[in-house]
Design a protein around this ligand. Sequence first.
Ligand code: B12
Length: 105
Amino acid sequence: MKILLSGTASDSHTWNLVYLRLFLEEQGHEVVGLGPCVPAELLVAACLRHAPDAVVLSSVNGHGYRDGLAAVRGLRSEPALAGLPVVLGASSASPDTARRRTWPG
Ligand code: B12
């Protein structure tokens, strides 16, 4: 499976992305990594360019809800990406962000 891995717009943390990339590659997935601080417009452009099977978003700085909504709204505004599975995970270091969201479902 080709997975596009990305940090969220306001989040500059990087070790989460390094860890997740290694983990996903160990599971046999091809990973396209965009790095941290990725605005929704860049995420959308990268998805159109790379045509991933799924998007994994990582947010640990506490702004995952706001950033995640903006990212998913951006993706859903593109007809070609309207059904693309997205998972957003957050840090377990803070109870506020120890949540996981998936779209759709
Ligand atoms: C190192 C660190 C930094 C470094 C980052 C250096 C770098 N290049 O990455 C520096 C000092 C720059 C930094 C800055 C900030 N940080 Co900081 N940082 C940390 C710290 C100590 C460790 C993070 C880390 O690298 N962990 C190692 C990686 C491997 O683990 P991880 O990030 O937890 O990721 C794992 C899980 O979260 C999970 N996961 C992550 N994403 C996803 C996605 C999916 C789909 C799934 C399934 C799982 C998953 O899997 C990962 C691997 O196990 C944490 C506290 C902590 N102990 O966790 C705070 C922490 C994340 N930081 C925090 C904050 C607030 C900030 C700042 C806003 C501070 C400030 N006032 O400037 C800024 C952020 C600026 C920004 N724009 O984002 C808070 C976030 C609070 C919150 N979530 O509500 C934390 C939790 C500290 C705290 N307790 O307050 N930080």
